[in-house]
Ligand binder design. Sequence first.
Ligand SMILES: C[S@@+](CC[C@H](N)C(=O)[O-])C[C@H]1O[C@@H](n2cnc3c(N)ncnc32)[C@H](O)[C@@H]1O
Ligand SMILES: *[C@@H]1O[C@H](CO)[C@@H](O)[C@H](O)[C@H]1NC(C)=O
Ligand SMILES: *[C@@H]1O[C@H](CO)[C@@H](O)[C@H](O)[C@H]1NC(C)=O
Length: 246
Amino acid sequence: MAADNNALFCIALVLFSGLLGHSAFVGKSHSGGKEDLVLQYVVNNSLREHPVLTKLKLRTLDDRWSGMMVASEEAQLMANLIRLINGTKAIEIGMYTGYNALSMALAMADNGRVVACEIHQAYVDIARPFFQEAGVDHKIEVRLQEAVKTLDELLQAGEAGTFDFVFIDADKINYDMYYEKSLELIRTKGIIAIDNVLWSGRVLNPAEDDASSKALDALNKKLHKDERIDLSMLTMADGLTIAIKR
Ligand SMILES: C[S@@+](CC[C@H](N)C(=O)[O-])C[C@H]1O[C@@H](n2cnc3c(N)ncnc32)[C@H](O)[C@@H]1O
Ligand SMILES: *[C@@H]1O[C@H](CO)[C@@H](O)[C@H](O)[C@H]1NC(C)=O
Ligand SMILES: *[C@@H]1O[C@H](CO)[C@@H](O)[C@H](O)[C@H]1NC(C)=O
């Protein structure tokens, strides 16, 4: 499972977060902490976190895999992009405890819909009360099964070309497949955001036995040449690629 793939990464982030010394701060940096004061400045001077998001973040920090949680400033960027394009249909591939799913739902009008893919019931059980407390539970449809099955079901249901936004943040070796299916599901000018594209810098020189780093590096190189999209690769958090369907 992804938790194992992510283990090293998570440990590094947890250690890094610990160094910062105050628990509410969970900004992430691809540079492994060298810019932590600048990042703190960024968060201090731009984060506008909904109070229920703050509560969910603090609850998630009790979980041993909390290093998997999206960075708050990164979730805020994605919420802002959704507002910019008036998004009402989104997919979260890898929900974990729901920080970004909740953040996206809060950015949408009341008819908004977030299809959230997750395979572990325990994470959904943590997330659900916070969705309810924030008053957006009706916008978040959790599908507890392999993400690829959910994406195929959406395609079979005739929803190709109808989604505004997809966030890819599950098992890294399947990112390419998630990207291809997302590109089918998204509308023209819709956005696919892809997390962990720098993978703590390991994409620069992937070890022969490091399947996640190799998969991410291959996808990064494929997207660079992919004429179906416009893109930006951001050094925010652990690397976030924004791909806009042409
Ligand atoms: C990095 S975490 C997601 C963090 C989340 N986006 C957030 O906002 O905090 C990755 C999640 O993907 C889930 N996952 C891993 N493989 C999956 C799969 N094949 N299908 C669906 N979910 C999967 C894991 O259980 C884990 O909760
Ligand atoms: C960020 O805010 C915290 C809490 O107010 C403060 O302790 C810290 O010095 C600030 N850091 C920067 C770089 O602004
Ligand atoms: C978003 O919706 C607002 C209000 O309905 C509208 O004025 C605006 O043009 C829309 N923007 C886009 C990008 O669709």
